[in-house]
Write a protein that binds this ligand. Structure first.
Ligand code: NAP
Length: 254
C-alpha cells in the first residue's frame, strides 16, 4: 500500500532539486501535494508531471520569507485538499559566501531569513492546521554543514542550518504531546543546482565526492526517500532528530 495514502503534504523549494524530487515521490505514494517556490513556471511543469503520472498537486508561487504567504499556503492546502498532514520545509540557499569579516549585514540577514526564519513562519501556520487533523509530521532541511562539519566561507548558511536543529528540537518537545512529530534531515552533497554552483569545476566535483565515504554525492531522489520515511508512519516513533543522510561525509577522514 502507498505510504502516504489520504495524506495532504506541503513541499517548499519544490521548483528544483531535493524539493522537486520529494514532491514527486510524495505524490507517487498517494499524497495530495501543495508545491511552492518563487519560480511559478517550474512549479506548473511539476504539477503537470505529477498529474500525468496519476497524482494530485497544486502550485502556489511565493517567497518563504513572507509571513502572509506562509499563511496563504495553508489556506490553499485546506481549500484544495481539506487540510494538512505533512510539511517539508526545504527551501534554502547558500546566500552570500566569502570571508565572514567581509559578509554584509544584508547578506547575513537574507540567508538567515531564507533558511531559518522561513521555517519558523512555516511551522507557525502549519502546526495549527495539523492539530486540526489530530497530528502530523514536519520536516526541515538542515545540513551536515554547521552540525558535523565546519567549513570556511559559509557562516550565515551554517548558522541558519544549525538553527534549524534547535527549532526542530523545540517544536518536537512542544507539540509531541499533541501528536506532531518534527525532524530535520541533513543531506550530504546532493547533485542539485545549489551544489553545482558551489562545486564549480569537474576538479571541484571530484574533491567534494572524495570527502564522502561513498565517494560520490547523492541524487535528489535518494534524499527524497529519506524524507518519505520521516513523513510517513514508518517513522512513527521518531521525533526531534537531526537525521544525517550524507554518504558518510560526516565520519570520513580519508
Ligand atoms: P535547489 O535546487 O537550488 O533548490 C532550492 C529551492 O529553494 C528551490 O526550489 C528554490 O526555488 C527555493 N527557494 C530558495 N529561496 C527561496 C525563497 N526565498 N522563497 C521560496 N523558495 C525559495 O537546491 P537543493 O540542493 O535542492 O536545496 C534544497 C535544500 O537542501 C536547501 O535548504 C539546501 O540548503 C539543502 N541542502 C542541499 C545540499 C546539497 O548538496 N545540494 C546539502 C545539504 C542541504 P525558487 O528559486 O524557484 O524560489
Amino acid at each position: 500500500m502507498p505510504a502516504l495514502i489520504n495524506k495532504i503534504a506541503l513541499v517548499t523549494g519544490a521548483s528544483s532539486g531535493i524539493g522537486r524530487a520529494t514532491a514527486k515521490l510524495f505524490a507517487a505514494e498517494g499524497a495530495h501535494v501543495v508545491v511552492t517556490a518563487r519560480r511559478h513556471e517550474e512549479l506548473e511543469k511539476l504539477v503537470a508531471e505529477i498529474a500525468a503520472s496519476g497524482g494530485k498537486a497544486m502550485a502556489l508561487a511565493g517567497d518563504v520569507k513572507d509571513e502572509a504567504f506562509a499563511q496563504s499556503l495553508i489556506a490553499a492546502a485546506i481549500r484544495s485538499f481539506g487540510g494538512l498532514d505533512i510539511a517539508f520545509n526545504n527551501a534554502g540557499a547558500l546566500g552570500e559566501m566569502g570571508p565572514t569579516t567581509h559578509v554584509s549585514l544584508n547578506g547575513w540577514t537574507d540567508t538567515i531569513e531564507t533558511n531559518l526564519t522561513s521555517a519558523f513562519l512555516g511551522a507557525k501556520y502549519q502546526i495549527p492546521a495539523m492539530l486540526d487533523r489530530g497530528g502530523g509530521s514536519l520536516i526541515f532541511t538542515s545540513s551536515f554543514v554547521g552540525y558535523t562539519a565546519g567549513m570556511p566561507g559559509v557562516a550565515a548558511y551554517a548558522a541558519s542550518k544549525a538553527g534549524l536543529i534547535g527549532l526542530t528540537q523545540a517544536l518536537a518537545a512542544e507539540f509531541g504531546p499533541r501528536g506532531i512529530r518534527v525532524n530535520a534531515i541533513l543531506p550530504g552533497g546532493t547533485d542539485t543546482a545549489a551544489a553545482q554552483a558551489m562545486i564549480g569545476t569537474p576538479e571541484g566535483r571530484a574533491f567534494v565526492e572524495g570527502l564522502h565515504a561513498l565517494k560520490r554525492i547523492s541524487t535528489p531522489e535518494e534524499i527524497a526517500k529519506s524524507v518519505l520515511y520521516l513523513a510517513s508512519d514508518a517513522s512513527s516513533f521518531t521525533t526531534g532528530t537531526a537525521m544525517l543522510v550524507d554518504g558518510g561525509v560526516s565520519i570520513n577522514r580519508t
